[in-house]
Ligand binder design. Structure first.
Ligand code: SF4
Ligand SMILES: [Zn+2]
Ligand SMILES: [Zn+2]
Length: 153
């Protein structure tokens, strides 16, 4: 079994300094599993919505993952920052857009876990500060009625 060159070299590969990154990236370039490593990184990014503010740090498959400096203005990389851009009629910067996309992915995942037409869906609406939809209200009323029936039975 041969190990990839990053095995046991956490300090070098977790570092975000330009010198360490250059050294690590040169090792990745000679790594026998660099293609697989790149695929895994792409998958992880898609699945967890990594942006420059959170997620892994350091060199992965020759790529430096590092916190970007929010240079546009304070508040970039947050949903508030995204809204500020929109209100100002600007195109949101990359950091803000990524945060917005990550937020939408999280919202989508929550929706799938608690679909409309269920009591859990009704709770999801309320937690999000929304008015529950008709389907969810019906499901919730039905669940309450069933609880009452169990108590009186
Ligand atoms: S390509 Fe991936 S597995 Fe290979 S050395 Fe770089 S980080 Fe390690
Ligand atoms: Zn921004
Ligand atoms: Zn609903």
């Amino acid at each position: 079994m041969t190990y990839p060159p990053c095995a046991g070299r956490h300090e070098l590969f977790d570092s975000t300094s330009p010198e360490d990154h250059a050294t690590a990236a040169a090792l990745c370039a000679r790594c026998p599993i660099v293609d697989k490593c790149r695929d895994l990184l792409a998958e992880a990014k898609a699945m967890h919505g990594y942006n420059h503010l959170f997620g892994p740090r350091g060199t992965w498959a020759g790529e430096l993952l590092a916190p970007a400096v929010p240079s546009v203005r304070g508040g970039c990389g947050t949903l508030k920052g995204y809204e500020k851009h929109r209100r100002a009629g600007e195109k949101p910067c990359d950091l803000c857009r990524e945060e917005w996309n990550a937020y939408r992915r999280r919202r989508h995942a929550r929706k799938q876990a608690a679909p409309c037409g269920t009591a859990a869906g009704e709770k999801r609406h309320r937690r999000a500060g929304e008015k529950p939809c008709a389907e969810c209200l019906r499901a919730q009323a039905l669940a309450r009625q069933q609880r009452v029936e169990r108590v009186v039975a």
